[in-house]
Design a protein around this ligand. Structure first.
Ligand SMILES: [Zn+2]
Length: 126
């Protein structure tokens, strides 16, 4: 059995319709075959600016309980898996950034918003 999972109610996400980072609100949770809301469920968020929706897997989202400590950035490594809403620290840019989107290609990548370096696409799960 998998543990229940509740992602953050609001997320800063890169909206491809707005072309910028906007606050997104959790709209609904879609359970998988097991009918349990866990990490394998799909979560639908809507952009509070254009009201378009985007779906994310629980595996790619920061858990609600963990958002309290979100100022603590994790060191970036291409071998790790990062979550939307999480902060990571990049040694090359010498600053931390917020993970605002995902691309499930091969390898998969995260879109990270840095204050000085701007939006950067970083590979993960290598
Ligand atoms: Zn939008």
């Amino acid at each position: 059995m998998s543990a229940p999972f509740m992602p953050a109610e609001t997320l800063e996400v890169f909206c491809r319709f707005c072309g910028k980072i906007t606050p997104n609100q959790l709209e609904r949770s879609i359970a998988g075959n097991g009918r349990t809301i866990d990490k394998n469920a799909t979560f639908e968020y809507y952009c509070t600016k254009c009201f378009k929706t985007a779906c994310f897997s629980g595996n790619d989202l920061l858990e609600q309980a963990r958002t309290d400590g979100k100022d603590e950035a994790r060191d970036y490594s291409p071998h790790d898996h990062f979550l939307i809403g999480e902060r990571l620290f990049h040694k090359k840019f010498k600053e931390s950034g917020l993970v605002v989107s995902k691309d499930s290609g091969t390898p998969s990548s995260v879109l990270v918003s840095f204050e000085k370096a701007g939006l950067k696409k970083l590979v993960q799960d290598i």
